[in-house]
Design a protein around this ligand. Structure first.
Ligand SMILES: *Cc1c(COP(=O)(O)O)cnc(C)c1O
Length: 390
């Protein structure tokens, strides 16, 4: 394949070569089951403990026993929301979330409404994607048991005021879960400082392997396991652990912590260069999400009027550029993204969305290549569009 320019790190990231090296022995030589008492098992168990401590360190949890490894970020979200909701059913059945959550959260909430008689409030967001804390307070009822609001949005990069939400939740004795899958590796995460009760992360979004995630569960938080079987993960997530995956997750977490300051500085510079150049060189374009510190360092999202996101992606792909329109999960369907519609955009505008997401490996040369080609791709598509009167 000729040189590719990968701008879809929010969908997934390339596995870091150092991470792969640490995983390799655990596929064959170190194959033991961590639950076994002989040496092979204990070797695997020690590797799990080490990885758990690295993930603990990345989010500054007080104790490594607060980390539950799962099969993905999606599973961590499911376990947090269903697990907390079912464990607290004696206190109420009302959950609060937002309209711009990832489907792993939204569809889980909808499932609880439909099949288990929970009631869910979906908070609206403003034109930049923020929830309103006043509206959050007003939505709280005596039977509210859980608030789940993402740390940062995967499509538009909006960072929610997590510490303030955690304070409000605590005042009312409500559990607070946050999906931090997109924030990990981009922002410092400190669960002790922010005061969240439950937090989800995923390895493949931080240059780790696919198929492994983690849920932070603050000590004392009630959680009903969602999988029945063995006593793994302190009886909170049955099934033999994915040892190579978890080892890779630990290594990726350690690298993410080490690389964060430099990576953040670099990506903020690239992000702002892309935003400034596109707003300057292309007309009738809208930046989705905020500018500055309240936006993820690696995320840029635009809507270009008169054209379709899908055709932008196909044209970029032919030039060697991989980007996305909305999220990877909604592509393939013709509906515009629920996030874009929640910002108050019309279907027509929402259809012209483009997400550019960067990562550790992104270079300035790649950014310049993108900026060299994007304006002409947009112009070409507009020239063909019956809606456009250039
Ligand atoms: C990718 C993503 C998920 C899902 O994680 P998987 O490990 O792919 O299941 C959940 N939430 C957000 C915000 C994401 O970006």
């Amino acid at each position: 394949m000729s040189k590719r320019y990968y701008f879809d790190h929010a969908a997934t990231t390339p596995l870091d070569p150092e991470v792969l090296q640490t995983m390799k022995p655990f596929f064959r030589d170190k194959f033991g089951n961590p639950s076994s008492i002989y040496q092979e098992g204990q070797q695997a168990e020690r590797a799990l403990t080490e990885a758990r401590e690295k993930v603990q360190h990345m989010i500054n949890a007080a104790d490594s026993r607060e980390i539950i490894f799962t099969g993905s970020g999606t599973e961590a979200d499911n376990l947090a929301i269903k697990g907390a909701a079912m464990a607290r059913k004696d206190r109420g059945n009302h959950i609060i979330t937002s309209k711009t959550e990832h489907h792993a959260v939204l569809h889980t909430c909808e499932f609880l409404e439909k099949h288990l008689d929970f009631e869910v409030t979906y908070l609206p967001v403003d034109e930049k994607g923020f929830i309103d804390l006043q509206e959050l307070e007003e939505a709280i009822r005596s039977d509210t048991i859980l608030i789940t609001i993402m740390t940062a949005n995967n499509e538009i990069g909006t960072i929610q005021p997590i510490s303030r939400i955690a304070e409000i939740a605590e005042e009312h004795d409500i559990y607070f879960h946050t999906d931090a899958v997109q924030a990990a590796g981009q922002l410092e995460i400190d669960v002790q400082q922010s005061g969240v009760d439950l937090l989800s992360i995923s390895a493949h979004k931080i240059n780790g392997p696919k198929g492994v995630g983690a849920l932070y569960v603050k000590k004392g938080t009630r959680l009903l396991p969602q999988m029945q079987g063995g006593a793994q993960e302190r009886k909170r997530r049955a099934s033999t652990e994915n040892v190579p995956g978890i080892v890779g997750f630990g290594e990726a977490a350690e690298l993410a912590v080490k690389r964060l300051p430099e990576k953040r500085q670099k990506l903020i510079k690239f992000r702002d260069k892309i935003i400034d150049t596109v707003l300057d060189e292309i007309s009738e374009v809208r930046l989705n999400g905020p500018r500055g510190d309240q936006r993820l360092p690696n995320n840029v999202s635009f809507c270009f009027r008169y054209i379709e996101g899908e055709s932008i992606l196909l044209n970029l792909d032919m030039l060697g550029i991989a980007a996305s329109s909305g999220s990877a999960c909604t592509s393939g369907s013709l509906d515009p993204s629920h996030v874009m519609l929640s910002l108050g955009l019309s279907h027509e505008v929402a259809h012209g969305s483009l997400r550019i997401s960067m990562g550790y490996s992104t270079t300035e040369e790649e950014v310049d290549y993108l900026l060299e080609h994007l304006p002409s791709v947009i112009q070409k598509l507009r020239d063909m569009s019956p809606l456009y009167e250039g």
